[in-house]
Design a protein around this ligand. Structure first.
Ligand code: ADP
Ligand code: MG
Length: 696
């Protein structure tokens, strides 16, 4: 394939717009895209018609408003382009109105109480900043999804609002530093996506994988990831074929898939795209996850995006590489060439430090799901305690500023932020700290707590908003300052003093760190979703998010409700699946095997009456005890499920955390042990060994 030629060929991008619109239409649309100016209805008609012609030429027959409801996946409702013509035939049509606004029947999407049942409809509104694209035979128009009262029902709306908040506050800072040319400040993200590939045939045999996306049973295989022989290892032919086709599809959709490699666990892989503007990166990541699953199916494979598909084996996450830059291409998190630029850099750096410390709970909340609870703090992903890694050099600089002492490595200069005394410093080159939840990596931050199936929208909404808040506080002060440099210096110093507790350059997996973080530094450690989610409604969080117009109070209530509901539903499906598997497949399999072993012993004894048959007796005894345990623990779990209080979702989620999840662990133990004692041909499921080493 000719990559440059096919790249973006299914995208109605800038190149296409330029070629199919008149100069006037193009200029008007561009103004809408770049500056958010409302589109003239005539231009909307012209754009819609051009978009339709382009799509029909490429074989599209339908269009859809593509949106991201709170379910975590994307939604689409297809309408065909056909419209009756007076002669009894049809013409293919898309009007400006249809492009701009849609009305999906939205009553079944989660709204967390936002939408009264009598007004079930929501509407979708075109997001012109993300290009339309063709998927299959459908033109997909990226949209935001709201109630009629304007409350957001999706992840894109608050993301766009948070980008706007960041833009507004960052521009104020840039103006203070004399920058009059930048028109917009944008955050950009490059998400690194981890996933597992297993064979479809084995997947089909496991109800747990089919219903919940993860294995709920499974004894440890003789070989796991202990040899570290998979990480960056040679890619197996079947996987290579999958990756090749995946890349091709992603490139056609204008997604800059760049790097692919094997990950730590067997059967685990990673895909990283080149970074782009946050809302486009979010759309692209949703599409990437969807296309991964589709392409896998064509190759007889299944792509698992669950955070913890296999116990005892590393789970999958997503690294959110985040930076902010101007429309003129200056990365505001990049140390500059001159001391003046560096002072500006330090201020933005401090804004992030303050944001991460003040809103550590919001960052934790933004990645909270039942699946991700299994990873955070399990020595394979960052702990549930949020902290920041800055690297040695930057750390030394901040320390020097804080204490007004000379900064050692650069010719003993007194650290003052006055224009001419700040030393020039290089990008940090220290080894990356892989255990840090939030690491500075030279010119961007890598937020590493996201789960592999999370939409990146939530994390970036919180990140953008929290940083906007720091910048607002700084701008408020600096705009009123008599002595700009003195005020700047003091503010940076004060930020370091007040927020240095969030900076930690050591090993985040160490137990002693968790103790230090929580006991000495007072950082929060929310281990589970029910622990953290209610804090979304803490006053400081509500104040910050509403004051920047990112969420309304009603939207926050609805999100808290939806996220907890999602948590409850996910775990309850798992628990019910476990009870079902244990009772209807595992216990009967063990019984069948026991019966055969027992009749073998009986047969032997009938031939040679004084044979001791120790093997059979011992095995039957062990299995019999295990099967009793399996049965009683399955009953116990089933009972707990019946007794669950479901009136208030917070209470329900706490009961699930405190009683259901522990009982699920208890039921798993005898089942996994029985697996190690039961002959393979009796066991109803492919084992961990089969699943993890089955693709080649
Ligand atoms: P790693 O060593 O973690 O693979 P890379 O430099 O290859 O680091 O980048 C990983 C991801 O970070 C990629 O998606 C890349 O596009 C993205 N990235 C690089 N620079 C930036 C930036 N300035 N802002 C946001 N993301 C970035
Ligand atoms: Mg990385």
């Amino acid at each position: 394939m000719n990559i440059p030629e096919s790249f973006g060929k299914k995208v109605f991008d800038d190149r296409v717009m330029k070629s199919v619109l008149t100069a006037k239409e193009y200029a008007s649309l561009k103004k809408t895209i770049d500056e958010g100016v409302q589109l003239d209805p005539h231009v909307a008609d012209a754009v819609a018609s051009a978009m339709k012609n382009w799509a029909v030429e490429k074989g599209a027959t339908h269009f859809t408003h593509w949106f991201q409801p709170m379910t975590g996946v994307t939604a689409e409702k297809h309408d065909s382009f056909i419209s009756p013509s007076p002669d009894g035939g049809v013409i293919m049509e898309l009007s400006g109105k249809e492009l701009i606004k849609g009305e999906p029947d939205a009553s079944s999407f989660p709204s967390g109480g936002l939408r009264a049942t009598f007004e079930a409809r929501g509407y979708t509104a075109w997001d012109p900043t993300s290009y339309a694209f063709i998927k299959g035979k459908t033109l997909c128009i990226p949209t935001a999804f709201c109630t009629y009262a304007g409350d957001a029902l999706d992840k894109k709306t608050p993301l766009l609002r948070s980008m706007e908040a960041l833009n507004r506050q960052a521009l104020r800072i840039l103006r203070l530093f004399g920058n009059e040319t930048a028109k917009r400040v944008l955050s950009a993200v490059g998400p690194e996506q981890e996933y597992f590939l297993i064979t479809r045939e084995m997947y089909e045999q496991r109800p747990d994988l089919k219903f919940t996306g993860r294995t709920l049973f499974g004894a440890k295989p003789p070989k796991g990831q202990e040899m570290d022989d998979h990480y960056f290892g040679v890619i197996k032919p079947k996987v290579a074929a999958f990756m090749e086709e995946l890349n091709q599809e992603l490139w056609e959709l204008g997604i800059l898939a760049k790097t692919e490699h094997n990950e730590v666990a067997p059967a685990q892989h990673e895909l990283a795209p080149i970074y782009t503007t946050t809302n486009i990166a979010t759309d692209h990541n949703q599409l990437t996850m969807e296309i991964m699953q589709k392409v896998a199916a064509r190759h007889g494979l299944v792509c698992l995006l669950h955070e913890k598909p296999f116990a005892g084996v590393n789970g999958s996450g997503k690294h959110n590489n985040w930076s902010i830059s101007t429309d003129t291409g200056t990365n505001l998190l990049s140390p500059g060439e001159t001391p003046y630029e560096n002072a500006q850099f330090l201020l933005f750096l401090c804004a992030v430090i303050k944001a991460v410390d003040d809103y550590q709970d919001l960052l934790r909340i933004s990645v909270a799901t039942a699946g991700n609870d299994h990873r955070l703090g399990a020595n394979e992903a960052p702990p549930a305690v949020v902290s920041m890694f800055l690297g040695d050099e930057l750390n030394a600089i901040l320390e020097a500023i804080e204490k007004d002492t000379p900064y050692q490595s650069v010719e003993k200069v007194q650290m003052k932020l006055g224009v001419d005394v700040l030393p020039k410093f290089n990008r940090d080159t220290t080894d990356r700290n892989r255990t840090s939840p939030f690491a500075f990596t030279g010119n961007k931050f890598e937020f590493r707590m996201l789960g592999s199936s999370n939409s990146i929208a939530c994390a970036n909404i919180m990140l953008n908003s929290a940083v906007a808040e720091s910048l607002k506080i700084y701008a408020d002060r600096l705009e009123k300052a008599d002595d700009f440099e003195e005020t700047l210096h003091n503010m940076i110093r004060k930020t370091i003093q007040d927020h240095k507790r969030i900076i930690f350059n050591g090993n985040g997996y160490d137990d002693s760190w968790i103790r230090e973080a929580t006991e000495k530094r007072g950082l929060s450690n929310y281990r589970t979703t029910p622990d953290c989610m209610p804090h979304l409604l803490d006053k400081k969080n509500v104040d910050m998010l509403t004051s920047h117009g990112v969420f309304t109070l009603a939207e926050l209530h609805s999100r808290c409700e939806i996220m907890l509901e999602n948590y409850c539903k996910s775990v309850l499906i798992e628990a019910n699946t476990m009870v079902d598997m244990a009772k209807t497949q595992i216990a009967p399999a063990v019984e069948a095997y026991m019966a055969d072993v027992a009749s073998a012993a009986a047969a032997k004894k009938s031939l040679i009456p004084d044979l001791p048959c120790r093997y059979e007796t011992g095995l039957v005894r062990k299995l019999s005890l295990l099967v009793d345990q399996i049965q009683s623990q399955a009953e116990d779990l089933a009972d707990a499920l019946v007794k669950l209080e479901t009136d208030a979702v917070i209470r329900e989620s706490e009961m699930i955390r405190d009683t259901i999840l522990p009982k699920m662990c208890e039921l798993r133990l005898p089942c996994d042990e029985a697996e190690t004692l039961t002959a393979r041909e009796y066991w109803p499921y492919p084992t961990y060994g089969d699943l993890l080493f089955g693709v080649y």
